[in-house]
Design a protein. Sequence first.
Length: 506
Amino acid sequence: MNEKATRKDWLGLSVLVIPILLVSMDISVLYLALPAVAADLEPTSNQTLWILDLYGFFLAGLLITMGSVGDRIGRRRLLMIGAVVFGAASVLAAFSTSPEMLLVARALLGVGGATIAPSTLSLIRNMFHDPAQRKEAIGLWTAGFAGGGAIGPVIGGFLLEHFWWGSVFLVNIPVMALLLVSAPLLVPEFKDPNPGKFDPISVVLSIAAMLGIVYAIKHGAQEGFDAATISTALGGLVLGYFFVDRQRRATDPLIDITLFAERAFSAAVLVQFLVIFALTGFSLFASQYLQLLVGLGPLAAGLWLLIPAGTAGLGAVLSPTLSKIVPTGTIIAGGLVLIAVGSLTLSFVGTNSGIPLLITGMSLITLGVGAASTLNSDIVLTAAAPEKAGTASALSETGAELGGAVGIAILGTIGTTVYRNGLQDSLPPETPPEIAGPASETVGGGMAVAEYLPPPLNDALRELAASSFIDGLNLAAAWCAAGMGISAFVVYLLLRGKRLQPHMAD
């Protein structure tokens, strides 16, 4: 008999949505703040990409370890530790005076985020035992993530128009304070009563393998298949092999490898990777398009981005109800199809196509993300025993964070490479290095340099920068559309006819 959730459990759910709002806001406000950060700290294009995805880089590397730690010391306790670390790192980021200082702050935010992320979903698993209520809770949790994406640009836009860019990080402080006060009152503590021996060797192997693989993807997307890419990729894969082999033989493994024997669980982790891949990659393009090409201020750009954020929430709230009449696998695969259609729409965006086409493409992508993620998370949480929910959710979050890091690395680098080649091929040979250098790095650099040129050179550089940026966006969107279409078919086959039953301990 599945016990129904109490009013206190639903109030506790609102507490668990707080850190998700925070993480989502932190991503979206950084996109809007990027032009101001670039103007103030003057990072290179490579540093700019690292500022965006170093958070996900460390988050992905530490999630598996932190999921296991939460199962052992208590998920609420881990959540509160993460709140303290995240808040302190936010202060460091806000007052950064160099690209390197901001990179360190982003790394520490990733460490804090890795303690928060596995705790929220796994606590939902333990608080909501009734399958229908759990789907509703996960839908609200996913909608909260979308809500953060909606609130973040508006709050961030207001702050950026009235204060310096560091203020967007300081909004994390009151949110973390609220979490620290409310969590002990409303969220019950859960941990594995028999966690077994903690294996530090597995911890080291998991972190080193993940960091090696993510770095290889990031570096390879930027620099190509050079010695560093190949060596770190091979090193990460070899360490990953030893990690998996150790988990198979261990009496008390860090993660339960047998979860991947369930086809639906493997498909769910893959889907988490795919949806966040598309969401993070194109959110970066959208914010740059609205500010640098359309010429909107941060607040106006944030208000426009409310629309796709709202469709994400709509998909998250409606998918549990739709799953009562449509198979779960069909809805999840359909979400990927929506992402493919949205990406295809973005491949037709032009320098003069205006805002509606961009927002339509982004809204289709976020609708698919919201619909797929909600049911996908339910598959993950019901695959493991309740006392192992932290580890299971950590595996899912690892897939998501890898998707975020790879999305920025691959899609962002496609855009940067096409932009750079377009500028370098079209700039007059006699262009001074002090103009050609910054203009060729990023579209923001190109627009900034144009401000200092006399007419008609300024307009010519703006048009060249805009068209090169659009070429990169279109190519990235076309490749993403094709990949998502193929992935939707594969995921449909994996989930077709599958009915993943909740663990008997539920």
